[in-house]
Ligand binder design. Sequence first.
Ligand SMILES: Cc1cc2nc3c(=O)[nH]c(=O)nc-3n(C[C@H](O)[C@H](O)[C@H](O)COP(=O)(O)O)c2cc1C
Length: 321
Amino acid sequence: MTKTTSKVKNQITELLNIEYPVIQAAMVWLTSAEFVAAVSSAGGLGVLASNAGQTEQATGPKDAAEKMRQQIQKVRQITDKPFAVNYILPTFDKERSYDYSYSLLDVILAEKVEIVVLISHGDSSDSSSIKRLQQAGIKILFRDISPTLESALAAEKLGVDALIITGHEAGGHLSEHQISTQILLSQILKAINLPVIAAGGIYDAKTAHAAFAMGAQAVYIGTRFINTIESPASMVCKEAIIGTSFDDLVIINSPVGQLRVIGKYNLDRQILASPQEYIGSFRHMLLGNKEPGYICVSQSAGAINDIISCKALITEIMSEV
Ligand SMILES: Cc1cc2nc3c(=O)[nH]c(=O)nc-3n(C[C@H](O)[C@H](O)[C@H](O)COP(=O)(O)O)c2cc1C
């Protein structure tokens, strides 16, 4: 395989003003200003997510939003390249999540963030947030947690700039539908006119180029980015991913839906009973054995065998196959 990293010109690289169509996925505590800046400096797009750069839970919505403001400012001190912030539309626990979402929205608008990865749990009725982002000229990459052809068509009508389409292979909060990335891409790409970003199980040049060959204009990668040098995840987490085979991966229930975790690791129960345990699982990935929890990954964890720099990863993803 020849390593080439010629810059790519397509609708997504033009829209986002990036060199390579590689986006580091939102991953709660496992993102930080330094990590996001490393991805963006390497020519991809870094994304700050909830609790970015933190080790302790915020005391409330305002505190969480202020901490995000500091992270946004810190990315800008490190790089002048574009980056995005993850904005989750109010969800399950409506009252609580409205406070968190709207406090963050105020900061996104005040800080003039240019790109948002907007997450919908299938309920896009909160169009007021979307309108506020659009009025401010913020580019919206829209990701339905449980995408289908119908939800993609509905998102297109909202006037968002691009769709992130996530298959069931993915890490994080799993889709309610067990549809693979390939099947979703094939169905959705022929039905909509928006640029599509592929997510779920993409970890190397071959999986990325398969998505490009199908018509995706960028790839959105989570689990593979955990095992980079700049990722804030603990060595306990990175080594667990290296030591994982496909047989070790199991799906567990949490208060906000299903997660895929490394089963041989810390799995004493197959359910996370409370939101605190759910949050704890991600803090465990960050803090290692200082915090009990689980290691949440995608199917690609079974194929990841090393820890490389963000720049080397983007070069690998973009190399010819
Ligand atoms: C540890 C972990 C944490 C995640 N946290 C978030 C999050 O905060 N917000 C979000 O929208 N998606 C989150 N996700 C999902 C990712 O953004 C992305 O959709 C997914 O990782 C893509 O699949 P991949 O891991 O196969 O690359 C998370 C995924 C992982 C593995």
